[in-house]
Design a protein. Structure first.
Length: 262
C-alpha cells in the first residue's frame, strides 16, 4: 500500500504541480445596519473566539490560508466557497447581528453581514499574482468559487470576457463510490513560520457517502487544506475539498468536472 501511495503521489504531483496554487485571503466583515432608512456600514475584524474589533487599515485583518487550482491558461482558478467568501458563515453572522442589535437597539432583521476582500494573493511556484473573485452566475455552483489570476502588469478591472469561466459539468465521467481511492494535495499554513506549506498527497481518503455531487469521507483526524483539489488514482481532477458543512460535522468536497486542461 505504501508503494502504491507513493506512486500515486508522484504521478499527481508531476501532472498538476504547476496548477496547485497557495491562496492567501485577507478580508474584513461588513456589518450594515438600517437606521430609519439610512444605511450605516462598519468594517469589523474577528480578533477572538467571539470578539470583534473595528478594522484599522494596515493594522488588523482576518487571514485565510487556502489552496486554489489553476484550471486553464486564461488564469481561471477554482477554490472552495469558504476560502473565497469566509464571511459567509452562520456563526459569525449571528454573533455580529446580535451584538449590533443590542448596541443599536434595532431588530436583527435590520442588520446584514457580508464581507470585503482586502487582498487576494495567489502563488504558483515562483509566480505571484493578485486574484479577483469572478461573479457566480451559475446556480449549480454551490460550494465552489472561481478566481481570476491577475499579474501586476494587468488591469485590476474584471472585463466581461473574464467572467466567461470554464463550464462546470456535474455529470462527471469519473465514477465515485465508497471503494474509490481519492487523494488531496494543497497548502496548509505552517503555525511556526506563518508560511503556506504544500501538503502533498497523503493516505487515500475513504468515501462513506456519495450524494448530490457531494462526497463525504471518513475523518482523517488531520487538518486538510481548504480549497485543495482532489484526485483519483490516475491523477484525474475530481473536485474541491471544503471543511465547512453547515448540515453535518462530516467534512466533504464537492464533486465537479471541468473541461480538459491544455
Amino acid at each position: 500500500m505504501v508503494g502504491e501511495t507513493q506512486q500515486y503521489k508522484e504521478q499527481i504531483i508531476s501532472k498538476h504541480k504547476n496548477q496547485i496554487c497557495s491562496f492567501i485571503h485577507k478580508f474584513v466583515y461588513l456589518v450594515t445596519a438600517d437606521l430609519l432608512g439610512n444605511k450605516l456600514s462598519v468594517a469589523m475584524v474577528k480578533d477572538g473566539e467571539s470578539h470583534y474589533s473595528a478594522w484599522v487599515p494596515d493594522s488588523n485583518i482576518n487571514v485565510v490560508t487556502a489552496t486554489a487550482y489553476l484550471a486553464d491558461q486564461n488564469g481561471h482558478c477554482i477554490t472552495s466557497k469558504h476560502a473565497a467568501e469566509p464571511w459567509n458563515n452562520t456563526y459569525d453572522q449571528t454573533l455580529l447581528k446580535n451584538v449590533f442589535s443590542t448596541q443599536l437597539g434595532i431588530p436583527k432583521e435590520a442588520i446584514t453581514v457580508s464581507g470585503m476582500s482586502v487582498v487576494l494573493q495567489l502563488k504558483c511556484g515562483n509566480k505571484i499574482a493578485t486574484g479577483m473573485l469572478v461573479p457566480n452566475t451559475d446556480p449549480a455552483i454551490i460550494n465552489e468559487r472561481w478566481l481570476l489570476w491577475k499579474d501586476s502588469s494587468q488591469l485590476t478591472v474584471i472585463n466581461a470576457t473574464d467572467t466567461l469561466i470554464p463550464s462546470v459539468n456535474y455529470v462527471s465521467g469519473v465514477k465515485i463510490n465508497t471503494a474509490s481511492k481519492m487523494f488531496i494535495c494543497g497548502y496548509n499554513q505552517d503555525n511556526n513560520t506563518g508560511a503556506a506549506v504544500l501538503q502533498p498527497v497523503a493516505e487515500p481518503l475513504s468515501a462513506i457517502a456519495v450524494k448530490n455531487n457531494i462526497v463525504q469521507f471518513k475523518d482523517t483526524g488531520k487538518m486538510l487544506p481548504e480549497g485543495a483539489p482532489v484526485f483519483n488514482e490516475q491523477g484525474d481532477f475530481l473536485g474541491i475539498y471544503s471543511a465547512i458543512n453547515n448540515k453535518s460535522e462530516n467534512p466533504f468536497f464537492s464533486l465537479i468536472s471541468i473541461h480538459p486542461i491544455k
